[in-house]
Design a protein around this ligand. Sequence first.
Ligand SMILES: Cc1ncc(COP(=O)(O)O)c(C=O)c1O
Length: 360
Amino acid sequence: MTRVFNFSAGPATLPLSVLQQVQSELLDWHGSGMSVMEMSHRDKDFMSIAAEAEKDLRELLGVPANYKVLFMQGGAMGQFSAVPMNLLRGKSGADYVVTGSWGAKAVKEIARYGKGSVAAKPANGKFTHIPERSSWKLDPDAAYVHYTPNETIEGVEFAWVPDVGAVPLVADFSSTFLSRPLEVSKFGLIYAGAQKNAGPAGITMVIVRDDLLGQALPATPSVFDYMQVSDNESMLNTPSCFAWYVCGLVFKWLKSEGGLTAMGELNQRKAALLYEAIDSQPFYHNPVARQDRSWMNVVFTLADPALDADFLKGAVKAGLPGLKGHRSVGGMRASIYNAMPEAGVLTLVDYMKEFARTRA
Ligand SMILES: Cc1ncc(COP(=O)(O)O)c(C=O)c1O
């Protein structure tokens, strides 16, 4: 078996020990004589897996008791609709802070249900920095303020949680979920697709303050109505059982690694190694303002784009796949989520140095 260092933006690399545990439990979970894939979601075995995953997630993030934790389907993009359907609560619209491609998609989606106002976006039209908080035009009567703490495509990340006063703050944490400690009480709602930092594709975590529930638009599908999902412990219909189980194992792995404080320190170190490699060689370039650079998705370009294909080909040969930048921006992107070991980043840094030395 040869494992590579997989830099894909998502679905993404998972901790090896988690995959090995999945493998060892695949045919017979804990003496049940069956795979988790084959269990009824109403079975007490699966109920225990589900409850344990929620307990561990609550512990990792320190989720206060007045927040519900939901395990939903439909991906983060499903939440682009679910959020307005549930949280408009009789108001005409919400504010969106747009710092990259995903935030831009989110504000488009609300148009089906209400008015999405762009409260802030970079004045130069380039998603390479976060507009200063003092320049945001927030409406105190907005239903909520939505932002994207980490823009996966452009590699722009908030190192701070915005203060938006009494209006509920909603955040799409998909690509930076569980990457560092978080004060959940500052948010009205957090959501994240699992397939980057939490597990396999097919499940989406939603953490929502309970006073925001119960006012969904009448046309809201039941499976997207947070109140109904919560009342049924995320089992209103068949959940994404296997993905839920694997996420639970990832949560246990995070706890065993020292929790989110330790993970944050490791992620900061990994990102610093990579940015140092980029900044110290004129052959590479990262366009993002230093204070807004992502710890999770590190984007960079080569001095000569004609070398991109060779760079990528050589990287795959060296056991470093998944480095191609998103098709909308080009260049390279190294996604270095929690499960990417420091050794993977060091190997990439060596590869970059050698490529620049021989090809620049
Ligand atoms: C920040 C962010 N939001 C939303 C999405 C869409 O997620 P999904 O494919 O789970 O709908 C992604 C996917 O890459 C993302 O990175």
